[in-house]
Design a protein around this ligand. Structure first.
Ligand SMILES: Cc1cc2nc3c(=O)[nH]c(=O)nc-3n(C[C@H](O)[C@H](O)[C@H](O)COP(=O)(O)O)c2cc1C
Length: 240
């Protein structure tokens, strides 16, 4: 069974959110192409994951002393009911990520980085040792990640703020650190989304439109990599 884990992090839950619109479009196309697949959805802005606790840190510090252990290994290290309750919260979120074949992250740029709602999820699920199997192999080696990003300004190569983008490079570094191969990380960004609103950016409106259209095309282009069942059905179709 193919599973899409779809997370949105924009605080804007109206129809105006670009990342929500693009991630919804990708999810709909994914379901069309993969009708037997499972679509799991989390709205991190509406339903943030629980904040980290002293118990979370205590478990992490103990795990650091006994690596590598995987998810089951953490269960064996818990020392109190409070730790067990805290780990249950983490474990459910980690399991959800490991079970996904494709992860879709709707991620606006906030202050040159990712929204706090997404960072809260990242901090909660980035737990030492849990993304490795007993033989040391990466559990996320076959996971595709599609990051649907949006930014009010532009950060492309050669632009004045190119070096201020701590969103896409950060997400790529974090995903790599938990074992997602670089070639499976697809960052798609609609830039200059504030050009329609901000008078100072009016000259950039054509570029904003082009960026949005390029994002739509990139989403379509990345879809086949995320629906292997559909691709193999195509390969064995009578047309060939
Ligand atoms: C709190 C906040 C911080 C923002 N910080 C930045 C920023 O640092 N750089 C930028 O280019 N745009 C910034 N923006 C603009 C958003 O990235 C842009 O409006 C984007 O389209 C928001 O995503 P959404 O349309 O899915 O809500 C910020 C917006 C908000 C609400």
């Amino acid at each position: 069974m193919n599973t899409l884990l779809h997370l949105d992090a924009s605080a804007n839950r109206s129809g105006e959110s670009i990342t929500r619109a693009l991630s919804a479009r990708f999810a709909a196309a994914w379901l069309d192409a993969n009708p037997t697949g499972t679509h799991r959805y989390r709205d991190l802005a509406a339903d943030p994951v629980p904040a980290l606790t002293t118990e979370f840190c205590a478990i992490g510090r103990r795990v650091e002393q006994h690596p590598p252990i995987g998810r089951l290994g953490v269960d064996a290290l818990l020392e109190s009911e409070d730790e067990r309750a805290d780990w249950r919260v983490t474990r459910a979120l980690v399991d959800e990520l490991v079970d996904a074949d494709t992860v879709l992250l709707g991620c606006p740029m906030y202050n040159f980085s990712v929204p706090a709602a997404l960072k809260g999820w990242i901090d909660r699920i980035t737990f030492p040792g849990v993304y490795r199997a007993a033989d040391g192999s990466a559990l996320l080696a076959g996971t595709n990640v599609v990051v649907v990003a949006a930014s009010g300004g532009g950060y492309g190569p050669g632009t004045p703020r190119a070096a201020w983008d701590f969103q896409a490079p950060y997400l790529r570094a974090w995903l790599t650190s938990i074992g997602v191969p670089d070639e499976r990380i697809h960052v798609i960004r609609a830039e200059l989304t504030l050009a329609d609103l901000a008078p100072g950016l009016a000259d950039l409106r054509p570029l904003a439109t082009a960026s949005f259209e390029a994002a739509l095309a990139s989403l379509d282009a990345v879809l086949p990599a995320c629906v292997p069942a559909a691709m193999s059905a195509e390969r064995t179709s009578p047309k060939e």
